[in-house]
Design a protein. Structure first.
Length: 316
């Protein structure tokens, strides 16, 4: 009697397994892959300490390395020049050594990072080491100083690239960090000044420019394929030589900051998010955006010249 019961249970189990295994594929639920239009952003203003230095109503520079944001004012104002390091994790400022080359005079440029050090190349060429809190001069031949300010600037694979200049041009050149040397590269596809140059997946993308005629320019460059002109931007991006208006997420998506919106581009699919994401009104000047992991950060200074930080969480 016990053996028969066990046998019946075994047969029933096999039948149930067969029934489950024969489910109709037509009944499976299809989940569409995520696209650029599925990206959402949530904004949170960080309560930071009072800024220990006053930049006044003058230009400021921002750059970001890891969880640290660097905030500097120029050397040519009536105010004392300073350099600050803000730590996102500990929410505090530390004073750092400034440098006279950070100047709102003559040529200007963004402060670029290779992920370790900072670089500012305009009137002069200098690098800053956060480890030693010290600045040093870079090799800067006269022929590469010419029209080197107000260019599109970006770091890629050990090189700092420059596209265009204050006088709009097709000039494309780079500084190689390891060899402390300068080189020319194939000219860009159009004349440009103050574009946003950003590195994505071993390629460079140039967006917009300072002049009215440049603000919809869009192109890419790689050492393998050279320059490719892309369809015009669906918005105007007016470049600023001291501000970072683009950032890259997942080595794929370009976030482009305008005054009121963040536009998002999928470099693999070659499409823009249908509708940009509106930025809440924070009344900031000298806005910049940076990526740290899965978080986008927007920095700037308030109308009272205080440092401001907006944490933007990315959902995809």
């Amino acid at each position: 009697m016990k053996r028969s019961t066990c046998k019946n249970i075994l047969i029933l189990s096999v039948m149930l397994m067969a029934f489950v295994g024969c489910s109709n594929d037509d009944d499976d639920i299809y989940i569409a892959p995520k696209t650029v239009n599925d990206i959402n952003l949530t904004f949170n203003e960080v309560d930071t300490p009072l800024t220990p230095e006053d930049p006044g109503n003058y230009s400021v520079w921002f750059s970001m390395v890891g969880d640290k944001i660097y905030f500097m004012n120029p050397s040519n104002t009536p105010l004392t020049q300073f350099a600050l390091e803000y730590n996102i994790t500990s929410n505090n400022f530390r004073s750092k050594t400034p440098d006279n080359a950070i100047c709102a005079c003559g040529y200007s440029s963004k402060i670029i990072t290779d992920g370790i050090n900072l670089y500012h190349i305009a009137n002069e060429a200098v690098t800053y080491s956060p480890t030693t809190d010290s600045w040093s001069a870079l090799n800067y031949p006269d022929e590469f100083r010419n029209n080197n300010g107000e260019a599109g600037v970006a770091y890629l694979n050990g090189k700092i690239y420059f596209f265009g200049g204050r006088t709009a041009s097709t000039t494309f050149k780079y500084y190689e960090i390891a060899t402390d040397s300068w080189h020319t590269a194939p000219n860009g596809p159009y004349v440009n000044t103050e574009s946003e140059l950003i590195a994505v997946n071993n390629a460079l993308y140039s967006l917009g420019g300072r002049s009215v005629d440049d603000q919809k320019n869009f192109s890419s460059y790689s050492e393998t394929n050279g320059w490719t002109v892309l369809p015009d931007l669906p918005f105007n991006l007016s470049g600023y030589s001291t501000e970072h208006q683009t950032a890259v997420y997942n080595n794929r998506y370009i976030f482009a900051l305008t005054r009121n919106d963040i536009h998002i581009y999928d470099t693999i699919e070659g499409i823009w998010k249908t509708e940009p994401i509106e930025i809440p009104s924070y009344n900031l000047n000298y806005e910049n955006i940076f990526i740290n992991g899965n978080t986008l950060f927007m920095t700037g200074k308030t109308t009272s010249n205080e440092f401001a930080l907006i944490e933007i969480n990315i959902a995809l």
